[in-house]
Design a protein around this ligand. Structure first.
Ligand code: IPT
Length: 996
């Protein structure tokens, strides 16, 4: 049945029931369309999902039917309650002159002056209203929207039209020219009404009433901002007489035969043409032809068209088959490995309203960072995003708009997915997901939703989906017994458990043991981190069953805030909120990559470059699922003490996916004797692609040749000379009483001492539900942020100075015995530090090193070591050895909630300069450094970026060791090998003033 029948029924005042949209009608789909029981609940809190809408159908941007986008400024009135204003505004003659305006698409809470339209609110799990389903409070902000429009010139006189809403939070009731069309819930789902009979050439009046809260809100408890409004496009679409209601492109790939099978089903008969394949066939007819398959790596699309019922619809066909075979998820005969991210739709100014360029930016950034998969957490995205995934190449887990997480806090009592009154709404959500998105080759799994616990409603959804689209496996994470799914999915399991699952030794129901495994969420990218990515990736590469995962999450949801820069939960006056848990992405809110994304790119690189077995050779492993290496060009560079002394192309054969080759490197170019030398081998795009220019670096590896020399030992020792209350030792002047340095060369030194503290990261702070293992709170309880220093002895001698101290927190009997040994050749000073723990240390140390305050004029930084970005013990894969330059300001990583950041790894030599002052620091073994214009305490106290004001002191930490980062803000903590346990340690640094 096409649109016309629906339109006629509407004109006749018939809303429902209606037959299925598909001529390929399915038994279960008719259940969806049954009459919803009439109750005395207001429409927006009834259990029914919609009234008067057209059956869901495939979305397409490529139809030749006329369309009129209805975005722009709409007249807007906000009321505090659902029934505070009457519905007279829906009448054609209504004068909205006194109303405000909002941009559609948009969220009203992000518009208007001085919060005149209310404010955004963030909760993670908790519902921001009493759990009293399906009711909502009287306080129910209600936005009345009005838009007048004329039909454009040339709008066809024949045929009808539909009005399409791509997304309205949380529900909408719609009138055109005074006639009610119906209403719907399901915020991130498309809804259409037939309107042909009601349209006029001029001065149509479209009226939409939106309530912030509805029964649908109980199904939309995703961890994100609550943002009401018509936030996706509204479009009037012309529908030619007899135009199709729906079409379904079936395009599978047989990897053995190398052929694709194509069949396009349509509810009205038509023709399908694919010129490139010489195909011209009837709808419903199957054909098998040799084709190239579609994959995320090689997203081969064939342009085609469907002509049916007077409409021409562009098709972009990708042939691929996705299935589980022998417990492994495969596409086109090959195991696939998800290098994925969870993507919420987010923009710091417009919330979940995203323009095409922002969607494209997301996809390009993903491709440039080696990401090959997206889970559309936790709802179907704007449909245009999936077009981009089709053409750029990303595997997509398309997720239903469903989460009932807030019921968990009630022991899941009353959970809608386990209450049959809600089942029609659940099935409506399943159908609107699948029907809209079924023709996208990028969509490889359907996900029922997120965090809904367990219940029969989920089973009903899975059955409906399988029935309608048997070609894609079904995903859902929340039920460990896996009754409804084709893949075993988990979030945030520790590495050891992933390994156990990989070995299929995890027990559990038998059926689960046969399923492939993926991590729909892992590596919580909140603040600094996530740590431990490399170790997860090794597991994915070791165990066939472990098919990768999706980092939580793509972007920080920090909303632009007049005072705080980017605001998070609580910054908009919410009485109930979850703070900065909403800022846990690999991108900062403005889409600048965080160090976490740079790390992830390195960890998941599809080519691994390592030292070969033969000296002078490199091992190049092709970790792609599909592509050989012909798309990449390889280059070598040779570094001597960090300086590039030669470079050139490297011949690497087009190794097939999954294979490796050993390649001989050239003779090392001439370089200074005794220098530390390494090869850097880089794999770059050989030619430009849609997502990056030629030369874009995809992967790299460094192959050490000659190890680092320790810094030249200082010449004959000078004597420490006591002059009153000072001790002079070469360039260093120290306090004779405490033994702390006061200046080095001409540079004043303040606040010198052993330092174990860092402003806890979000991952240090840990998640509230893992109270026993949260290091941040434990460190504070132990007092590590207020260590006391006691001078035990200051002992000058003929060759230097020994200072013995004890460093410990108040109220505790454990501590650190610290000895500083200073020596000098008259020009430079050597500081050797040895640390011996005393007593029983109940926690790992945040850091272990020395801190000194220097003049802030030293604002330029150059170092030979790991760079260019931040690194910590378990986030250091992306740091490469080199000579790096930066400024103190640029060393800071601007986490939305300030916290420890900016460490640089493996430093051999560091030079700070500014004005005519300078200081060089060399390590006898590699060290870490951080440099910033505020103290740890100031960093710790800051809630937002603007709270940090640069002071007059440059605080420099030179660390022997750091504690890892982990992922404990939602997942596992720091792996044992990356914990910094209190144990004996010693290290030495050479300080040379370099100023003029
Ligand atoms: C998990 C949620 O699925 C996701 O939406 C987000 O909240 C994430 O955590 C944390 O940021 S649920 C969690 C309780 C494991």
């Amino acid at each position: 049945m096409g649109w016309n029948a629906s339109r006629k029924r509407l004109a006749a005042g018939v809303h429902a029931p209606r037959p299925s949209p598909h001529s390929l009608s399915l038994p279960l789909s008719s259940r969806l369309r049954r009459e919803h029981p009439v109750t005395d609940l207001p429409w927006y809190t009834s259990f029914a999902p919609e009234r008067g809408t057209l059956p869901p159908r495939a979305w397409t941007a490529e139809s030749d039917a006329a369309r009129l986008p209805l975005g722009g400024d709409w007249a807007f009135r906000l009321s505090p309650a659902a029934d505070a204003a009457d519905t007279s505004f829906t009448e054609p003659g209504f004068d909205a002159g006194a109303w405000g305006t909002v941009a559609v698409p948009g969220h009203w809470v992000l518009q208007g002056k001085d919060a005149e339209f209310g404010r955004p609110a963030y909760t993670n799990v908790a519902y921001p209203f009493p759990v009293d389903p399906p009711h909502v409070p009287d306080e129910n902000p209600t936005g009345d929207h009005l838009r007048r429009f004329d039909l454009p010139d040339g709008w066809p006189a024949e045929g009808g039209a539909v009005l399409c809403f791509d997304g309205v939070e949380s529900c909408a009731r719609v009138w055109l020219n005074g006639t009610e069309l119906g209403w719907f819930k399901g915020s991130r789902l498309a809804h259409e009404f037939a309107v042909g009979e009601l349209l006029r050439e001029r001065d149509n009046v479209l009226a939409v009433r939106v309530h912030q809260w509805s029964s649908g809100s109980y199904l939309e408890d995703q961890d994100q901002w609550w943002l009401p409004g018509i936030f996706r496009d509204v479009t009037l679409l012309h529908r030619p007489e007899g135009a199709p209601g729906d079409f379904f492109v079936h395009a599978s790939y047989d990897h053995v035969a190398g052929s694709g099978e194509l069949r396009v089903d349509c509810d009205v008969p038509g023709r399908v043409r694919v010129p490139e394949l010489g195909l011209d066939l009837a709808t419903g007819e199957s054909v098998t032809v040799p084709v190239e398959p579609w994959s995320a790596e090689v997203p081969r699309l064939y342009e085609g068209e469907l002509t049916a019922g007077g409409e021409r619809i562009g098709l972009r066909i990708g042939f691929r088959s996705v299935y589980v075979e022998d417990g492994v998820l495969k596409a086109n005969g090959r195991r696939i490995l998800f290098r994925g991210v969870n993507r919420h739709e987010f923009h710091p100014e417009t919330g979940r309203t995203l323009d095409r360029e922002t969607m494209r930016a997301d996809v390009e950034l993903m491709k440039r960072h080696n990401i090959n998969a997206v889970r559309t957490s936790h709802y179907p995205p704007h449909p245009a995003f999936l077009d981009l995934c089709d053409s750029y190449g990303l595997w997509v887990i398309d997720e239903g708009d469903l989460e009932t997480h807030g019921f968990e806090e009630l022991g899941w009592r009353g959970n809608p997915v386990d209450d049959e009154r809600w089942t029609p709404a659940l099935l409506d959500r399943a159908a609107r997901l699948v029907e809209r998105d079924k023709n996208h080759p990028s969509v490889v799994l359907w996900s029922l939703g997120n965090e809904c616990g367990t219940g029969a409603g989920l089973g009903a959804m899975a059955r409906w989906i399988r029935d309608r689209d048997p070609s894609r496996p079904v995903h859902y994470e929340g039920d460990r017994s896996c009754p409804d799914v084709d893949v075993y999915s988990r979030m945030y399991p520790p590495h050891a458990e992933v390994a156990e699952i990989g070995r299929r030794e995890d027990g559990g129901p038998e059926h689960r043991g046969e399923l492939p495994f993926l991590l729909c969420e892992y590596a919580h990218a909140m603040g600094n981190g996530p740590g431990g990515l490399s170790e997860y990736q090794r597991l994915f590469e070791t165990y066939e069953r472990c098919q990768g995962g999706f980092v939580w999450e793509w972007i920080d949801h920090g909303l632009v805030h007049p005072v705080h820069g980017y605001g998070y939960g609580g910054d908009f006056g919410e009485e109930l909120h979850d703070g900065n848990f909403v800022c846990d992405g690999l991108l900062f809110p403005d889409r600048t990559p965080s160090p976490g994304l740079v790390e992830y790119k390195k960890v998941i690189e599809p080519v691994r470059i390592a030292p070969g077995a033969r000296p002078g050779s490199a091992l190049v492993a092709n970790l792609h699922d599909v592509a050989d290496l012909s798309g990449l060009a390889f280059r070598w560079e040779f570094l001597a003490d960090g300086r590039m002394v030669g470079e050139g192309p490297l011949d690497v054969p087009p190794v097939p996916a999954g294979e490796r080759v050993e390649v001989a490197l050239p003779e090392p170019p001439p370089h200074p004797a005794g220098a530390e030398t390494v090869w850097t081998v880089r794999a770059v795009l050989a030619a430009s692609t849609v997502w990056a220019p030629a030369g874009h670096e995809v992967a790299w590896g460094q192959l050490p040749v000659t190890p680092a020399r320790p810094p030249a030992s200082l010449g004959a020792g000078v004597r420490a000379v006591v002059e009153g209350d000072r001790i002079v030792l070469g360039p260093v002047v120290l306090d004779a009483r405490t033994g702390t340095p006061l200046c080095v060369g001409g540079l004043a030194v303040a606040g010198f001492g052993l330092d174990v503290w860092r402003a806890p990261t979000d991952n240090d702070e840990g998640a509230p539900w893992q109270p026993d293992t949260r290091h941040g709170p434990l460190w504070r309880t132990l007092g590590l942020h207020r260590m006391r220093h006691r001078t035990v002895a200051v002992e000058p001698d003929t060759e230097g100075l020994t200072v013995r101290t004890r460093v410990a927190p108040a109220a505790r009997d454990f501590g650190l015995a610290v000895t500083y040994r200073w020596t000098s050749d008259g020009t430079a000073a050597r500081l050797a530090v040895s640390v011996v723990p005393e007593g029983l240390w109940p926690a790992p140390l945040p850091r272990l090193g020395v801190r000194l305050g220097l003049p802030a004029a030293l604002d330029r930084v150059e170092w030979y070591g790991g760079g260019p970005g931040e690194a910590y013990p378990d986030t250091r894969a992306a740091a490469r050895l080199g000579l790096w330059k930066s400024t103190v300001a640029a060393l800071q990583t601007p986490y939305v909630r300030p916290q420890e950041n900016g460490a640089r790894v493996d430093t051999r030599r560091l030079e700070l300069t500014g004005g005519d002052a300078g200081l060089r620091i060399e390590g006898e073994s590699a060290f870490w450094f951080t440099a910033r214009r505020w103290t740890h305490a100031e960093l710790d106290a800051a809630g937002h970026r603007p709270d940090l004001k640069p002071g007059d002191t440059l605080w420099l930490n030179l660390d022997h060791a750091l504690h890892g980062i982990g992922s404990h803000s939602c997942g596992p903590g720091v792996l044992p090998e990356h914990r910094l346990e209190a144990s004996s340690a010693s290290f030495a640094l050479i300080l040379t003033p370099t100023g003029r």
